[in-house]
Design a protein around this ligand. Structure first.
Ligand code: AMP
Length: 299
């Protein structure tokens, strides 16, 4: 696996590959890789001939009081993991490689960036959209792979790519969990033993909401109250918990169609998020990963 740090080097490596007719898959990450990231690299490996992973802790998506400086950085272990997974190219720029001090361009995806995780983190999705647009322009992937765990992020990126006519297929992989249900996250390593033992309550809240929907509940209000209560009882400071429309992220009046059960909260000072996405049609309820069929035409 080759490692490149500048956009120019990345383009040079990929131009040659594309001339040879290979399709390029991109897995953008912030590093501190775990099995969730690995599953996306495997997905890319199975769908495209040349797999690029990026590791970049993007300062633009962190708020002033967030954990940018202490975000885990484990480059050597990450590199070994990517190598073992058969990744072809690692793009690992530093801040100055990606951002010019003269940069003035911002990308704002309206509406879906302002709710859920965007309500409390005002500029977060602007930062995400900008860095992913830059990565798409530098790498020119045929397909890019994201995790269902960050469903809102995937929606924002898909909308950005569609609105800017970026010819990339966005594909999502299912959320990879620890044995006790906790969604894998680079931030899990911040959890002290007590918080780690309580953290699975977030998934327990989602799983019990799902069971109630399977049992026929169609009113979102009692489910939101139950999810909030379950998380609070475990010690979470709840940021949001409830059901929204899986396409628009608007509140639901009744459970039907694509339903995103989503929650966020802090435990022991660490912010965690999780979701379960369901397709509800009549009495039938099934868990899904989001798909963007209208834009899945490149791979
Ligand atoms: P991050 O490094 O946290 O920015 O994540 C990079 C990519 O990995 C994003 O597309 C995430 O949605 C995805 N990801 C993170 N955690 C998981 C997980 N537990 N399961 C599946 N995908 C994940």
């Amino acid at each position: 696996m080759k490692t490149v740090t500048t956009p120019r080097e990345a383009r040079r490596a990929i131009d040659e590959i594309k001339k040879a007719g290979a399709r390029v898959g991109l897995v953008p990450t912030m590093g501190a890789l775990h099995e969730g990231h690995a599953s996306l690299v495997r997905m890319a490996r199975a769908r495209t001939e040349f797999v690029v992973a990026s590791i970049f802790v993007n300062p633009r998506q962190f708020g002033p009081k967030e954990d940018l400086s202490r975000y885990p950085r484990t480059l050597e272990a990450d590199r070994r993991m990517l190598e073992d997974l058969g990744c072809d190219l690692l793009f690992h720029p530093n801040d100055a490689d990606l951002y010019s001090p003269a940069d003035r361009t911002r990308i704002s995806v309206e509406g879906i960036s302002d709710v859920l995780c965007g309500a409390a983190r005002r500029d977060h999705f602007q930062g995400v959209a900008l860095v992913v647009a830059k990565l798409f322009n530098i790498i020119g992937p045929d397909a890019a792979f994201f995790g269902q765990k960050d469903a809102q992020q995937a929606l924002v990126i898909q909308r950005m790519a569609a609105d800017l006519d970026i010819p990339v297929t966005i594909l999502l992989g299912p959320t990879v969990r620890e044995a006790d249900g906790l969604a894998m996250s680079s931030r899990n390593r911040y959890l002290d033993p007590e918080s780690r033992s309580k953290a699975p309550a977030m998934y327990a809240a989602l799983a019990s909401a799902r069971r109630r929907i399977e049992a026929g509940e169609r009113d979102p209000a009692p489910l939101a109250a139950m999810m909030t209560g379950t998380m609070r009882a475990a010690g979470f400071d709840v940021e949001y918990a409830g059901a929204v429309d899986g396409a628009t992220l608007e509140p639901l009046e009744r459970m039907a169609g694509t339903v995103l059960l989503a929650c966020a909260g802090r435990i022991g000072g660490t912010r965690l998020i999780d979701n379960v996405t369901l397709r509800v049609s009549g009495a039938k309820v099934e868990e899904i990963v989001l798909e963007f069929p209208e834009w899945s035409r490149y791979v």
